[in-house]
Design a protein around this ligand. Structure first.
Ligand code: GDP
Ligand code: MG
Length: 163
């Protein structure tokens, strides 16, 4: 069974917080490729009796904007290549950024399922702001809070449906 879920998105949106919530543990596997160090953390998760693997694409080498953008691009392309489902995390507090638009542009080209998680929706007041992210042209979107778990049940129900 190849239920591999890749979590992508720019730094600070809450990818690792989500990974920890889904897996409960951190099982680090560190890879190095093409001169850029990237650490990819793999873990196991369950929902409604369905087991799946999650990869947290963290650890950007960020000295300049160019490297930053190139590294995000690389992580997204790896995710598109290796994952069965791509979970694209964005941040309701910062709103839609240029980097988000860039990632979305790449993700619109894949025919693999993409779920957008608008993270940091810690309370209902932020739900209307979460809908601004529909402007990225990706339709399967869920407002969630990785910190308090709000909305994560709806997201996980959908996730295990698309495997
Ligand atoms: P990453 O760089 O994408 O892996 O992001 P992290 O998981 O390291 O989180 C970055 C920051 O956002 C940390 O200070 C987290 O505590 C915070 N954060 C993550 N998820 C949430 C959330 O759902 N709500 C709020 N308010 N903060 C969050
Ligand atoms: Mg992280």
């Amino acid at each position: 069974m190849g239920n591999l879920v890749a979590i992508v998105g720019r730094p600070n949106v809450g990818k690792s917080t989500l990974f920890n919530r889904l897996t409960g543990t951190r099982q680090a596997i560190v890879n190095e490729e093409a001169g850029v160090t990237r650490d990819r953390l793999y873990g196991k998760a369950f929902w409604n009796g369905v087991e799946f693997s999650v990869v947290d694409t963290g650890g950007y080498a960020t000295n300049s904007d160019d490297i930053f953008e190139e590294e995000i691009r690389k992580q997204v392309l790896i995710a598109i290549e290796e994952a069965d489902v791509i979970v694209f995390v964005v941040d309701v507090i910062t709103g839609v950024t240029d980097y988000d638009e860039g990632v979305a542009e790449l993700l619109r080209r894949t025919n693999k399922p993409v779920l957008v998680l608008v993270n940091k929706v810690d309370n209902h007041d932020r739900i209307p702001e979460a809908s601004y992210f529909y402007s990225m042209g990706l339709e399967d979107l869920f407002p969630i809070s990785s910190i308090n778990g709000a909305g994560t049940g709806e997201f996980l129900d959908r996730l295990v449906e698309v495997f």
